[in-house]
Design a protein around this ligand. Structure first.
Ligand SMILES: *[C@@H]1O[C@H](CO)[C@@H](O)[C@H](O)[C@H]1NC(C)=O
Ligand SMILES: *[C@@H]1O[C@H](CO)[C@@H](O)[C@H](O)[C@H]1NC(C)=O
Length: 286
């Protein structure tokens, strides 16, 4: 099953000294909850997080800077989000080269992660990027991160907060881009997090009015103000650590794959904020 490969990818990469065998990876339940082993194996280098994306990741408007506020030293990160970017322009304009350069420069001393989130601009007609091209662009980016020595994580795009008149659920306006991102992850055996589904579920739980508090300006239902950046940055951090609407965190920072936390090793790099996390995953104002 392809999906289980995808789920298993991140922990393998995390434990990567290139020494962890596939047998270890696919062992369904390590009886002794080998937490100490997992912690030791993944705790030697600090995490470094490089964020690639469009304005919904970028400084002023995106979740990236909010996400970075949750990193716990010695983990660190850089927000490379670029307003207006597509999977093509991000490369053509030189942003991607900086991301890859950051991975190469730091991979010896840090475990480098690259989050990749696009779609908002790729879907615009003027971009001239087909959905198939969008998917293959994502696969290419993921592959380049791996070649550079980093761990790519594909993110389905953050939802907008637009409700068509008469509708009580948020518009599913990035549906195809979500599916293409997941397909890209499966095709390239890259880990992904479903930010689109999680953010839609959250916005729907809050409802039309309460979800507008995150708007950069009152009528901007795409971009995030500072508070929105922190809330959705927290959502991304939690998703990376394996939390979502149906999973619960496990005490301690080294939850394992069996616990439903494929990336439990990541928890050591994030400051907890249980109050905000609980609000997000219970669908309450955060
Ligand atoms: C990586 O290191 C090289 C050599 O020191 C430097 O020129 C380049 O700016 C660095 N890249 C980034 C993104 O900091
Ligand atoms: C939540 O995460 C679990 C474990 O990774 C996964 O099986 C499940 O599909 C996810 N649920 C949602 C709603 O994304």
């Amino acid at each position: 099953m392809r999906s289980s490969i995808v789920t298993a990818w991140l922990p393998v990469a995390l434990l990567n000294g290139a020494t962890v065998s596939a047998a270890h990876m696919s062992k369904p339940q390590s009886s002794s909850r080998s937490n100490s082993i997992e912690c030791t194996a993944c705790g030697t280098k600090p995490g470094a997080f490089f964020l690639a994306g469009d304005s919904t990741t970028a400084v002023r408007g995106g979740w990236g800077d909010g996400f970075l506020t949750f990193l716990q030293s010695p983990a660190w990160g850089i927000n490379y989000g670029h307003s207006g970017a597509t999977t093509a322009s991000f490369v053509a304009g030189g942003d991607w080269a900086k991301v890859i350069s950051s991975v190469k420069n730091n991979t010896a001393k840090a475990q480098c992660f690259v989050t990749i989130q696009f779609g908002h601009n790729d879907q615009k007609e003027k971009a001239g990027i087909s959905i198939a091209k969008f998917q293959s662009n994502l696969q290419k980016l993921a592959g380049e991160v791996k070649t550079a020595g980093g761990i790519p994580v594909l993110l389905t795009p953050l939802t907008r907060r637009s409700f068509s008149s008469g509708k009580s659920t948020v518009d599913d306006s990035l549906h195809s881009e979500r599916l293409a991102t997941i397909a890209a992850a499966k095709e390239s055996e890259t880990h992904y997090i479903d930010l689109n589904a999680a953010s839609m579920a959250y916005v729907n739980a809050l409802g039309k009015d309460k979800s507008q508090v995150f708007n950069l300006d009152p009528s901007d239902r795409t971009h995030l103000n500072d508070h929105g950046g922190v809330v959705f940055g927290r959502m991304v951090a939690d998703l990376l650590m394996g939390r979502n609407q149906t999973t619960k965190p496990v005490a301690g920072s080294c939850a394992t794959e069996e616990d439903g936390f494929p990336s439990g090793c990541l928890a050591q790099w994030f400051k907890p904020d249980d109050k905000m996390s609980d609000a997000i995953w219970q669908g309450l104002p955060a």
